[in-house]
Design a protein around this ligand. Structure first.
Ligand code: CO
Length: 242
């Protein structure tokens, strides 16, 4: 094992000791059970660690991370994690957290091929395609920031429309879904104000959130339908196109 890994293990022993001294019984209590109020769905990027950013200790946030914080309806990994969080841990809040400067979102925006992940990032490209009238007229750096935000809003919608959340709400369980975006350059989280806490709120909250991003001039191409509402309802990318 190289020196750096030894450093990590030494850091760990130090941390465990300090934590025990600060709060006797901390590990004994956590070993019994976890009961976090929050679930975090974020990007795998090493610069966006859920606990540190929010000042939460171990045991306080249930975390799922993947490239570009995407929630796909057929992803059993994400869905299983969400189901466990909602039905067993009974978290009160699920927060989808994107971040500006996300390499996955940038690749999707610019059409950069990165390998196997292209297929995963196709979901972010779908978001871009769906809202192209709200993105294409912006300068390139703004396009990436706005796509980071739109991707979060779309994923919040996906979580809310999942069978897990729909079933939880049908049972009367109090659990809400939120969307935040994190700034790598200032360390601050921004609330995208797209919180959903019941089935009736999903479509309206989503539509209102997307409408905050103004459309550019009408596209010359008639390849896609260009109805004012064609990208503010939840559905498949390009919905409404011929
Ligand atoms: Co990222």
């Amino acid at each position: 094992m190289n020196d750096h890994l030894q450093d990590l293990l030494a850091n760990n022993r130090q941390w465990a000791e300090t934590t025990k001294q600060r709060e006797p019984g901390f590990f004994t209590r956590l070993a019994q059970q976890q009961s976090p109020r929050y679930m975090w769905i974020g990007c795998a990027d090493s610069r966006v660690p859920a606990n540190e950013i929010t000042g939460l200790d171990p045991g306080e946030v249930f975390v799922h991370r993947n490239v570009a914080n995407v929630v796909v309806h057929s992803d059993l990994n994400a869905l299983s994690t969400i189901q466990f969080a909602v039905e067993h841990i009974k978290v009160k809040h699920i927060i989808v957290v994107g971040h500006y400067g996300c390499a996955g979102v940038r690749a999707a925006m610019r059409g950069i091929r990165v390998g196997l992940a292209d297929n995963w990032l196709r979901h972010v490209q779908d978001v871009r395609l769906r809202h192209r009238r709200r993105l294409d007229h912006l300068p390139p750096d703004q396009q990436e920031d706005i796509l980071c935000e739109m991707n979060v809003i779309e994923q919040v919608g996906n979580v809310a429309l999942s069978t897990v959340l729909q079933d939880a709400w049908a049972r009367g369980q109090a659990v809400s879904v939120h969307g935040w975006v994190y700034g790598l350059s200032d360390g601050l989280l921004k609330d995208l104000k797209v919180s959903m806490d019941r089935p009736e709120s999903v479509v309206n909250v989503f539509g209102e959130a997307i409408k905050r991003y103004p459309r550019g001039p009408a596209a010359v191409s008639a390849d896609f339908a260009d109805d004012e509402n064609d990208d503010i309802s939840l559905g498949s990318p390009g919905a409404g196109s011929p």
